[in-house]
Design a binder for this molecule. Structure first.
Ligand code: GDD
Ligand code: MG
Length: 365
């Protein structure tokens, strides 16, 4: 069975982390963000993937290649203008050499989950459904697709971005779907179509089912705070991933060629060729990319510090994200969900906090 992954969004809320690279290509812990979804699909028996791209397909191809190292085979299709979630699906079917097939999976590309997709595919078959949605509980469904479901799994109502007064369940669409080919007939060709607004409501009562996963991990990685939550949850093992499985019994995974003189506190991951000077502390919940240099007395905690960053003596990076090639001066303090864009130099002694976003020159907000 094939899967189509929708990756048309621009990832604007994660800027400047996503100013230079599309979100799926940005590193999360130790691999491109999209790798987590590809490895999850492979673990659920799906190895043929069509990447339905809108934004910067070349950068995506550079980051993911043919998918071989993630256990899948990827082909890419790129819309010349955004076709919406439904339009992108139809386009992917038309552009793929042999189409998507009689039954296939569709996934929103911005989700980190370990839910049991193989079981959902089995349930879909048992239901005899046209479309089966994965469902997860959330505290506030208002920014998702709310799904009312009966005891037998049949969907009784679908409301995209419900108003507070309409919320009468905690279950939302998790963005992973098993679909029969007949669903494509409900998408009008030649224009942008939202599958959430135009197709799911139409399918209610006509073979639309849902499978709830109340104990699985699920997160839509749309904001800096959620990117850091995802980092912490991968490191702690709250979500089951190949990246998390690399950690040893101290909760550490250290790349090749690292020079460690300071203290490492798990769970944390260091890429290749990192340097941690004496008196520096890295962790808990720190993810360092490749070639990161941490000077004496610096502290990195609950943070993502991507490739080739250097952190000056006595600096603190806590609950913050540094894009590749950032230079942090001595005694600077970066915290409280600050995000620094690639190549930026943060002056010695400066303070970035309260969600500060620092863009590289030439990259506006
Ligand atoms: N190729 C392509 N073209 N992809 C698109 C397009 C497009 O025109 N528009 C959106 N996408 C992709 C996004 O990149 C994302 O991976 C996915 O489709 C969903 O779009 P979002 O913009 O992230 O939607 P959302 O998060 O507000 O809501 C969706 O996801 C929720 C779960 O996270 C809906 O499907 C909700 O029903 C669902 O609950
Ligand atoms: Mg989303």
């Amino acid at each position: 069975m094939r899967a189509v992954i929708l990756v048309g969004g621009e990832g604007t809320r994660l800027r400047p982390l996503t100013s230079e690279l599309p979100k799926p290509a940005v590193k999360l812990v130790d691999r491109p963000l999209m790798a987590f979804m590809l490895e999850w699909l492979a673990a659920n028996g799906i190895v043929e993937v069509v990447m339905a791209c809108g934004f910067k397909p070349d950068a995506m191809r550079d980051a993911l290649g043919d998918g071989g190292r993630f256990g899948v085979q990827i082909s890419y299709v790129a819309e010349s203008e955004p076709l919406g979630t439904g339009g992108a699906l139809l386009f992917a079917d038309q552009q793929s050499p042999s189409g998507l097939g009689e039954r296939f999976v569709m996934c929103n590309g911005d989700v980190l989950t370990d839910l049991d997709l193989a079981a959902q595919i089995t349930r879909h078959r048992e239901f005899g459904a046209q479309a089966t949605l994965s469902l997860v509980p959330v505290a506030d469904p208002s920014s998702y697709g709310l799904v009312r479901v009966g005891d037998d799994g049949e969907v009784l109502g679908f409301l995209e971005k419900p108003e507070p007064a309409q919320i009468d369940t905690d279950l939302i669409s998790a963005g992973a779907y098993v679909l029969e080919r007949s669903v494509l007939d409900l998408i009008e060709p030649g224009r942008a179509v939202s599958i959430e607004h135009e197709v799911w409501p139409q399918l209610v009562g006509h073979g639309l089912y849902g499978v709830a996963s109340r104990n699985a991990y699920w997160l839509d990685i749309g904001t800096p705070s959620r990117y850091l939550d995802a980092t912490a949850d991968i490191l702690s093992g709250a979500v089951k991933t190949k990246a998390g499985a690399r950690l040893d019994d101290q909760g550490l995974a250290i790349g090749e060629g690292c020079r460690i003189e300071g203290e490492l506190i798990g769970p944390s991951v260091l890429g290749d060729n990192c340097t941690v000077a004496a008196g520096a502390t890295v962790g808990p919940s720190a993810a360092l990319g490749d070639g990161v240099e941490i000077a004496a007395g610096a502290k990195i905690e609950a943070a993502a510090v991507l490739d080739r960053c250097s952190i000056g003596a006595g600096a603190i990076v806590r609950n913050a994200i540094l894009s590749p090639d950032v230079k942090v001066g001595d005694e600077a303090r970066i915290s409280e969900l600050a995000v620094v864009g690639s190549g930026v130099s943060v002056a010695a002694g400066s303070v970035l906090d309260d969600g500060a976003k620092v863009f590289a020159s030439g990259h506006g907000p």
